[in-house]
Ligand binder design. Structure first.
Ligand SMILES: *Cc1c(COP(=O)(O)O)cnc(C)c1O
Length: 405
């Protein structure tokens, strides 16, 4: 099938939940993808922070092929070798001591929220169930993850939402201090707000929130679904802040492209659940965990956090140089290879221009260009992308000047 046929069929049979580009991707290799008509694109989105190790990393492909011949699935009523190996690997490389596996980011956050409520009810008795999250946060689309998400636009029409959530402005320690009540059991935050416009937490905020959690006996929970697995220049985003969360969630980059999510907890929090209190049929199944072991090994062996740090700095420097000549660039921010460039106008025309030149980029909150390429993207591809973005800004600025905007 070609792009047109696939798109027409999709419009007829697939629910209309995404504003999709008019082509279908059928192949990927490294930082490149190909559509059904044979067009090649440089992928600066990587499945939105999923393909951290690039498309079809040979180690991931090999692990999937090997596991597919052995055992695709079995129930969590039995022990699963790659699952226990992956759990050990994650805890060996993080502050966590135990892991629960699920299948997506939203589901991981649901698991963390359930863990916090159960932990508080066991520790303090009933009535301590409130969780504080940030405005402009993003935690996923299941009803409770959506409730945790501090953005009304996503919640509209789905009321009544799950009770027990409270929202505060991000990076505002005083607001957080004021929001804590005797009903509070946990704080859930992203180390960097991705969907919210690429805003990183400040070190003072993170250490302040950690201190509040200790003082009030609250669980500190980080949503590392987008920031985890090397994306920000460290294996996990919290490492930038010299503090440790009690719980953090992973998904996106964990499986190298295969659906998998995880709730990682340490110490007392990690001992919260007993049999029957939380579960997932597919969670941590042999195929997904075998793929994740390979992806995580590649991230660690190929020093991808370091690569993300260096390339992120490289892109930021290039963008800051562009800012000197393009007054439409308002701000350049981010951590590692999660880079945001805020414009004074809608970023969509930049995205469209890049696409015409064979480069896939992404925008958030209308005015922010967000780059989330594979962590092993070659520098020459980064240069190619930056040259086209620069060109697009020039063309768009000239067009706007001509129209008197
Ligand atoms: C993408 C994302 C989610 C949701 O993950 P899904 O796998 O789509 O459910 C949750 N939190 C953050 C920070 C994300 O970026």
């Amino acid at each position: 099938m070609n792009n047109e046929t696939i798109m027409k069929m999709g419009q007829e049979y697939v629910m209309n939940t995404y504003l999709r580009q008019p082509f279908a991707l059928v192949r990927g290799q490294g930082s490149y993808v190909w559509d059904a008509d044979g067009n090649k694109y440089l992928d600066m989105v990587s499945g939105i922070a999923v393909n951290n190790v690039g498309h079809c990393h040979p180690k991931v492909v090999e692990a999937i092929q090997k596991q597919a011949q052995e055992l695709l699935h079995c129930s969590n009523l039995y022990w699963i070798e790659p699952q226990v190996q992956l759990a050990k690997m994650i805890t060996d490389h993080s502050c966590g001591t135990k892991v629960f596996f699920c299948n997506s980011g939203a589901e991981a956050n649901e698991g963390a929220i359930k863990l916090a409520r159960k932990w508080a009810s066991k520790k303090y008795g009933s009535g301590r169930y409130e969780i504080i999250t940030a405005l402009h946060s993003f935690h996923g689309r299941t009803l409770t993850a959506l409730t945790a998400t501090g953005q009304e636009k996503y919640q509209k029409g789905f009321e009544p939402l799950t009770p027990g959530f409270k929202y505060v402005p991000y990076n505002d320690l005083e607001a957080m201090t004021m929001a804590i009540t005797p009903q509070t059991c946990a704080i859930l935050l992203e180390p960097l707000q991705g969907e919210g416009g690429v805003y990183a937490a400040t070190p003072e905020y993170m250490t302040g929130v950690k201190k509040l959690c200790e003082e009030h006996g609250l669980l500190l929970m980080f949503d590392e679904v987008q920031t985890g697995l090397g994306r920000t220049g460290k294996l996990f985003g919290y490492e930038h802040y010299g503090i440790e969360p009690d719980v953090f969630t992973l998904a996106k980059g964990l499986g190298g492209g295969v659906p998998i999510g995880a709730v990682v907890a340490k110490g007392e929090a990690a001992e919260t659940f007993s049999p029957g209190e939380h579960a997932s049929t597919f969670g941590g199944n042999p195929l997904a965990t075998a793929a994740a072991i390979a992806a995580l090994s590649a991230i660690i062996d190929e020093k991808m956090p370091q690569q993300a740090f260096e390339k992120g700095q490289y892109i930021t420097e290039k963008f800051l140089a562009l800012k000197e000549v393009h007054s439409c660039i308002q701000d350049v921010r981010g951590l590692g290879l999660l880079v945001g460039m805020e414009l004074s106008f809608e970023a969509k025309p930049v995205q469209d221009y890049c696409l015409k030149k064979g480069i896939i980029i992404n925008t958030v909150q209308n005015k922010v260009v967000r780059l989330v390429p594979p962590l092993n993207i070659p520098y020459e591809d980064i240069d190619k992308c930056i040259a086209v973005i620069a060109e697009s800004l020039k063309v768009i600025e000239e067009g706007r000047a001509w129209k008197g905007q």
